[in-house]
Write a protein that binds this ligand. Structure first.
Ligand code: SF4
Length: 212
């Protein structure tokens, strides 16, 4: 299996200075954009939030919006009825509980509809509240293929395995690197294994060779 230093080195070569692909400029925009990104591409979310954040620039404005208007903006993202309902409730809850980037914690974030462990981890990590490694579908797949985790379907187990594997690192950076690696190289369908520099130590690639 690949070692943590080898993998980190490779990720640093590929994505030296990884940036999130979701557009946001503050706590409000990050929280809403990540919730909207469930089962959807960042590109589509960015298109929708460009309109949404112009019209509703903060939690107050969003909480007093008309549901039908939000639905029409987020419709291209899929699950739009649930997402529209959730982001309006989130806005109200944030205001009611006076939550901001300085006083939030995992419990407060996870009490909001549509905010699970991954979303909370991304927000906490981005604002430096804690060092978290949110696990999404790309990270699940990459970790499983490389043999870092034994499961491709349990985000919590994968998170634990990844933290054990990497040790004490900047998880915010690793999280973004792993997502980009899964999105552009170790893709779900037709991953670029031949060009991948760590293929010799990859379970998935080696099993392909065996089955040839
Ligand atoms: S060899 Fe293929 S499956 Fe393995 S990590 Fe590289 S791209 Fe992913």
């Amino acid at each position: 299996m690949i070692s943590n230093t080898e993998f980190i080195k490779y990720l640093d070569i590929l994505f030296e200075n990884p940036k999130p692909e979701l557009n946001y400029s503050n706590f409000y925009e990050l929280l809403i954009a990540v919730v909207l990104s469930a089962q959807c591409t960042d590109k589509k979310v960015n298109k929708a939030t460009e309109i949404l954040f112009k019209k509703y620039p903060n939690f107050n404005a969003l909480s007093s919006s008309k549901l039908e208007d939000i639905e029409s903006i987020v419709k291209p993202l899929g699950l739009y009825k649930t997402k529209s309902k959730n982001i309006r409730i989130i806005a109200s809850k944030v205001i009611e509980n006076n939550i901001n980037e300085f006083n939030m914690d995992r419990d407060l974030l996870e009490m909001m509809p549509g905010v699970g462990r991954k979303t909370a981890s991304i927000i906490l990590s981005t604002y430096g509240v804690s060092n978290e490694l949110g696990v999404d579908t790309h990270i699940l797949r990459v970790s499983y293929r490389l043999g870092i985790t034994k499961t491709a379907s349990n985000p919590l187990l994968t998170e634990t395995s990844l933290k054990q594997f990497f040790g004490n690192q900047n998880y915010n950076k690793l999280h973004m690197q792993l997502i980009l690696f899964g999105r552009y190289i170790c893709k779900a369908i037709k991953p670029f294994c031949t060009e991948c520099k760590i293929k010799d130590k990859c379970n998935y690639y080696n099993s392909l060779l065996l089955n040839k």
